[in-house]
Design a protein around this ligand. Structure first.
Ligand code: MN
Length: 366
């Protein structure tokens, strides 16, 4: 898992900049806090299973992850260079602030945003960042989001799915969504381990992590945001979601059919008429990344059903760091213009990235 010998073409040869849009990092202070929580059995079963593994396992992959997560300098840049990634959009790794009590969450969010913004200022060609907030203190979250975007130049908000069992469609979080809409920056809805109630049968079968549990939990979170009517209330809200939409594009027909039936029968109090079909919100408010899903059939299918201007490249470093996955996506059956869109332009547009700065640092070694 260390730096890989590759023959990946540089972006100069490829004809597009490779912008990876779901890349994880963590301040040392947060990992230290996580270790203290593990020692005291705090954080709940999902936290223990996820963070316990990455903080304590001696296996190669978790060791690489915990080593690289905290690096916003030479090691990370060398890894990006080695596989031809020009630019990374960085977000606080899961669960970020979202396993923490409100005071600790606020403190970690502030120091994360300061560290991350400093790295982005130091390497403007290579890094952009997403702001973190402590979601449970809603007024504090709005202030920190505004500071992150307006003062620090960050490009969106990272939300590592559920907030200690709560979801963004709950009215208490509306001021955060309102601020996102006003600032015109996207929310990145990233996976978290399933909440305490949901995790039981997944954990029992070893399916609670990235293999499936993340998608179940995060896909449900995104659906709740849609079916609760949040996107009718905040029609200009932009949401980016990884793993090709956590499987939801495959469900479009059934989602629309069942939603229509449930509205007509008034079967559930929570299911109300919406201005658009469930699937139509994906073509208005939602962008998808290929994090962890570098497989041509699903990428091509997803582009077909949500539109090629809504699907973009992500690596999921350092959790998934494989040169061959970059090559698989270089070789997607697309025109060169479509690849520019997939690897470069969609990310520049949705995150409002500085194309001039990124082009000036274009990876040109090998
Ligand atoms: Mn990820």
């Amino acid at each position: 898992m260390s730096a890989q010998a590759t023959n990946n073409p540089t972006s100069e040869n490829a004809g597009y900049l490779r912008i990876a849009t779901e890349e994880a990092w963590a301040p040392i202070e947060m990992l230290d806090l996580y270790r203290r929580m593990l020692a005291k059995n705090e954080g709940g079963p999902g936290f223990e299973r996820l963070i316990g593994h990455y903080m304590t396992s001696d296996a190669e992959r978790p060791r690489f992850v915990r080593d690289r997560l905290t690096d916003l300098g030479e090691s990370r840049l060398a890894d990006m260079d080695a596989v031809g990634v020009d630019h990374a959009v960085l977000g606080l790794t899961s669960p970020g602030t979202q396993a923490l009590a409100p005071d600790a969450a606020r403190e970690i969010a502030t120091l994360s945003n300061d560290h991350l913004a400093e790295a982005c200022r130091r390497y403007p060609a290579r890094f952009s960042g997403l702001a973190a907030v402590g979601f449970e203190d809603v007024p504090g979250a709005v202030k920190e989001l505004e500071r992150g975007i307006t003062d620090l130049g960050l490009k969106g908000l990272i939300c590592n799915s559920h907030i200690r069992g709560h979801y963004l469609d709950e009215q208490q979080f509306y001021p955060i969504l309102e601020a996102l809409e006003a600032l015109e920056v996207p929310l990145y809805l990233h996976p978290n381990t399933p909440n305490d109630i949901m995790i039981g049968p997944l954990a029992e079968a070893g399916l609670d992590g990235g293999i499936y549990g993340f998608a179940v939990e995060t896909g449900m979170h995104l659906l709740r945001i849609i079916t609760s009517g949040v996107l009718d209330r905040f029609p200009r809200l932009k949401i980016v979601v990884g793993h090709l939409g956590e499987g939801l594009p495959f469900w479009f027909y059934r989602l629309d059919y069942m939603h229509g039936g449930q509205v007509a029968s008034k079967r559930y109090e929570a299911i109300k008429p919406l201005q658009l079909k469930v699937s139509e919100y994906f073509r208005r408010n939602i962008w998808l990344t290929s994090s962890g899903m570098p497989w041509a059939p699903t990428i091509m299918y997803t582009r077909e059903v949500v539109g090629p201007d809504r699907v973009m490249y992500a690596m999921d470093y350092p959790y998934q760091y494989l040169a061959e996955e970059v090559r698989m996506q270089d070789n997607l059956p697309m025109s060169s213009q479509e690849k520019v869109q997939f690897f470069q332009d969609n990310a520049i547009r949705v995150f409002d990235l500085d194309e001039t700065a990124i082009s000036s640092g274009r990876v040109s070694r090998v």
